[in-house]
Design a protein around this ligand. Structure first.
Ligand code: PGA
Length: 262
């Protein structure tokens, strides 16, 4: 696990965008999976800016959707499909033909999940996956507990996740109770994995991600224990009170410079 602690949210966003742009420049036909949520907004803005500057070509990328609400039409503005299109695909000129959707509206959800996993396998797995961290330790919608070899599947959303997503739905009672998520198996097998973490509110869960043995009750801790993972945390999210973490935090200063944040 590589840890990068940046001085603030803007630096976290720039750092992640530079790393992804660099990876895409050397692998223009990469299979990528990208997150929704508040955390990656700045990252997407920076990535689009780098794309406009010609840092990489997005026309050959294959994009896999990470999660979707159940029973929400893809053209519903609250569907993740639309969110990703507005924030990531459209600014980079990525066409719908380049996207493998998770079909939360499918009548046979089991078959839709199997088709998704088959598409990931046929593509040779994910090259790059970028993730946010849920307040309960989820990644994508892999709610705890999540087995490391879990397939793409329907999940019941926890009350905590529904409360946190109520901001998009007006009230928690309107947030769908279920979702479909890319499974842990695909995510953990990705060659490059970035976990973005920002905000004081994520301190406790980030401590559990990096400072306890990997357990299914904290799905992101399974990610942290896997190969090829980099956690980029804005300093406010960093759990400084934990001594072992503080030591690792100072050793990440070189990584901070690596990301160009002086
Ligand atoms: P957030 O969501 O970036 O809006 O905090 C993260 C998540 O739940 O995955």
């Amino acid at each position: 696990m590589r840890l990068i602690v940046t001085k603030d949210y803007a630096a976290m966003s720039r750092c992640a965008a530079r790393m992804v742009a660099e990876a895409l420049a050397s692998h223009p036909a990469a299979n990528i999976a990208m997150p929704t949520g508040e955390t990656p907004i700045g990252f997407y803005r920076e990535l689009a800016a780098l794309h406009r500057l010609g840092a990489f070509d997005a026309s050959h990328l294959r994009v896999f959707q990470l999660d979707e609400y159940l029973g929400v039409a893809p053209d519903d503005p609250r569907a993740f499909a639309g969110w990703i299109a507005r924030v990531f695909l459209d600014p980079l000129g990525i066409s719908p033909a380049q996207v493998v959707r998770l079909q939360g509206e499918a009548s046979d959800l089991y078959a839709a999940c199997q088709q998704y996993d088959a598409a990931v396998a046929a593509a040779g797995g994910f090259d790059i996956v970028v993730l946010g961290l849920g307040a309960n330790g989820h990644i994508a919608f892999n709610e705890p507990p999540a087995d490391r070899d879990s397939p793409t599947r329907v999940v019941r959303l926890s009350d905590e996740t529904r409360a946190s997503n109520a901001r998009y739905w007006g009230e928690q009672m309107h947030v769908p109770t279920h979702a479909v998520t890319c499974g842990m198996a695909n995510i953990l097998a990705a060659r490059v994995k970035l976990l973005l973490v920002a905000g004081e509110g994520k301190r406790d869960i980030l401590r559990r991600v990096v400072d306890v043995p990997a357990i299914a009750d904290v799905p992101a801790s399974l990610l942290a224990a896997s190969d090829g993972v980099t956690i980029i945390a804005a300093e406010a999210a960093w759990p400084r009170s934990v001594p072992t973490i503080a030591a690792r935090s100072s050793s990440s200063l070189s990584s901070r410079l690596e990301c160009g944040d002086h």
